[in-house]
Design a protein around this ligand. Structure first.
Ligand SMILES: Nc1ncnc2c1ncn2[C@@H]1O[C@H](COP(=O)(O)OP(=O)(O)OP(=O)(O)O)[C@@H](O)[C@H]1O
Ligand SMILES: [Mg+2]
Length: 232
């Protein structure tokens, strides 16, 4: 395998499935034989807690990145960005993939991690506020990437959704109108997913033959295909 790939999962909206996405991607890649490291860039350290509470289900080295909310001072923000880049390099060492789970708040370090990643995933539910915040975060990632001389690869993952609704179709259309790319595969609302979180596992382990696992797998395959496309 070539350079270790970096996947950042970020949006300012809370509770939309960032950590869930990180855990499922990690578990999927691990099941394919890849070496995966995690970076927990949420000041509340919920990913770290999940991994520590369930090492048998989530056997991933997890690096904690001290990433406080609300760093407004420009110099301090610059220091945070440098520290994030260092942390990514540290986590890449000896691994095939680094997955960064960001906190649901404004953070220059999370924006920088999104700008430099091989793939950045913005999870979004289909609320009005999800749309506003997705557009805003997407714009900020483009701006910081331009400053860093990077071209970011950003895609929205629509999750916790009822696929058979006009709301879903409308949400997709609204993103398309803003020229924001989405994954073809979305993740519906499934109790199996919240139960798996509760059990400290992915649905691949907790309910391997469930529709939830099938949806997660299709999404993970699409993410890997996107990364392979990037390589060319
Ligand atoms: N598709 C889904 N169906 C049902 N429950 C889901 C789904 N996706 C996520 N959840 C549940 O929603 C809750 C919040 O998800 P998660 O912790 O991944 O969000 P988050 O964006 O990381 O939140 P935070 O901003 O607090 O870090 C969890 O209990 C999780 O199991
Ligand atoms: Mg989280």
């Amino acid at each position: 395998m070539s350079e270790p790939k970096v996947i950042t999962i970020y949006t300012t909206k809370g509770g939309v499935g960032k950590t869930t996405t990180a855990i499922h991607l990690a578990d999927y890649l691990h099941s394919k034989g890849a070496k995966v490291a995690l970076i927990d860039a949420d000041e509340r350290a919920m990913l770290t807690e999940a991994v520590m509470g369930s090492p048998e289900n989530l056997p991933f080295p997890t690096h904690f990145f001290e990433n406080p909310a609300g760093v407004e001072d420009l110099d301090q923000a610059q220091v945070m960005i440098g520290a994030m880049i260092d942390k990514i390099e540290e986590a890449q060492d000896g691994n095939d993939y680094v997955i960064i789970d960001c906190g649901g708040y404004n953070s220059q370090a999370s924006l920088a991690a999104s700008a430099v990643a091989d793939l950045t995933i913005i999870p979004a539910n289909t609320g009005r506020f999800d749309l506003v915040q997705t557009i805003e975060v997407h714009g900020k990632i483009q701006a910081i990437a331009a400053q860093m001389g990077k071209v970011p690869n950003v895609r929205v993952l629509i999750s916790r959704v009822n696929l058979a609704t006009n709301l879903y179709a409308g949400f997709r259309a609204a993103l398309k109108e803003k020229e924001i790319k989405t994954f073809d595969n979305s993740i519906p609302t499934y109790t199996a997913i919240s139960e798996a979180t509760f059990m400290g596992a992915s649905v691949f382990k907790y309910r391997a033959t469930s529709p939830a696992a099938a949806f997660m797998q299709r999404f993970a395959e699409e993410a890997v295909a996107e990364l392979e496309k990037e390589e060319n």
